[in-house]
Design a protein around this ligand. Structure first.
Ligand code: FAD
Length: 317
């Protein structure tokens, strides 16, 4: 079923989470071990991230280094298909503009359609490691809105090659990303929200937010979106803290603030076991307030660890 239908038809708030494909060389069993304990909370769907290629330096054998392009976590589409088959739960592969020509995108969408995967999260992606700015492929989509347009066209049976015969219209339900604390490249939150609205106008059915630790930022964002004419569900994304180092890593990587109260509590912790407990408690309180105020789904960023999500879901769902 399309994710938007699932949301619209549900009377209760839904539980969902995001996982990463395993590192190259690891097995799918490692992913299943993380999913298994979360199945008792009946996730409405499971997102699977996409990890683009990156440039790494390897010894060239002559004392010099040579650049090599590698992908550390391939397998998003295969993993989605395997999870759908094993757990009978909808999966949502993340699809990027970065590293894809429009032709690559069309082919990936055809593959997803054949596999019975009809939900996607359309994203631009970040710059490749080592590059200063995001650079689209010469024949690729430059912004997520362009990717949404391409998927919407395929949903109307419009392929890149107009001369094709027997054109099958796909039925992808498209989600997009939103940033309660502003996307780091956007000149202002209002301009970022205008760009977000363009993604909805292009055919996206719902928004998933970047992680946030202060619910008031989410509520203010939803209000601004509604004033800007965005009417689709806005799904809050939560990440429970689990290490002290995340206090600086998360703001650097994801451009979000930590509330003083949370940061001070974490700084007092003697070990990561105590940080984990605080992270779980914080996420439980966040989830309960979000549900009380009408959030349709609570979406968790598991980042490959399910134990803390299990504890939170046990108290919330
Ligand atoms: P866009 O919507 O294209 O926006 C990017 C920037 O461009 C914004 O500042 C926006 O305001 C601006 N902009 C948009 N349209 C225009 C326009 N027409 N003209 C000028 N400016 C414009 N990354 C991964 O690599 N893999 C993942 O699996 C992944 N999953 C994610 C899941 C979620 C829920 C979120 C929130 C992020 C995820 N990301 C992932 C990170 C994401 O790829 C980055 O945040 C990226 O920098 C922006 O992606 P976007 O889709 O929001 O881009």
């Amino acid at each position: 079923m399309s994710l938007i239908q699932t949301i619209e038809q549900s009377k209760d708030p839904l539980f969902s989470f995001e996982i990463l494909p395993p590192l190259k060389g690891d097995t799918i069993e490692s992913v299943y071990r993380n999913i298994d304990p979360l199945m008792e909370f009946k996730p409405a769907y499971i997102n699977v991230t996409y990890h683009r290629e990156e440039a790494v330096l390897k010894p060239a054998g002559n004392g010099l280094l040579r650049q090599k392009i590698i992908r550390k976590r391939p397998g998003t589409i295969g993993l989605c298909a395997a999870i759908q088959a094993k757990y009978k739960v909808e999966t949502v592969p993340h699809l990027l503009c970065g590293g894809f020509t429009k032709e690559d995108t069309e082919n990936a969408l055809i593959e997803l359609d054949f596999l019975g995967i009809h939900n996607v999260l359309a994203l631009r992606g970040d710059s490749m490691k080592g590059q200063k700015h995001f650079l689209p492929e010469p024949e690729g989509n430059a912004f997520a809105v362009d990717l949404v347009r391409q998927i919407s066209q395929l949903n109307k049976g419009v392929y890149l090659d107009e001369e094709l015969e027997n054109k099958h219209a796909t039925r992808f339900c498209i989600g997009v990303a939103g940033y309660p604390e502003k996307h780091f490249e956007a000149p202002s939150l209002n301009i970022d929200i205008q760009n977000l609205k363009a993604k909805i106008d292009a055919g996206a059915s719902y928004i998933v937010t970047q992680m946030f630790f202060d619910n008031s930022k989410y509520f203010a964002f939803v209000e601004k979106c509604r004033k800007a004419g965005i009417t689709v569900p806005i799904i809050p994304g939560l990440k429970p803290l689990s290490t002290k180092r995340q206090l600086s890593i998360i703001p650097t990587m994801f451009h979000v603030d930590m509330p003083d109260e949370l940061a001070l509590e974490v700084l007092k912790c003697k070990d990561n076991q105590s940080v984990r407990q605080i992270g779980v408690e914080w996420a439980i309180q966040q989830s309960k307030e979000l549900i009380e105020k009408g959030a349709p789904v609570i979406h968790f960023y598991s980042m490959g660890r399910s134990k803390n999500i299990e504890e939170i879901a046990g108290k919330v769902f």
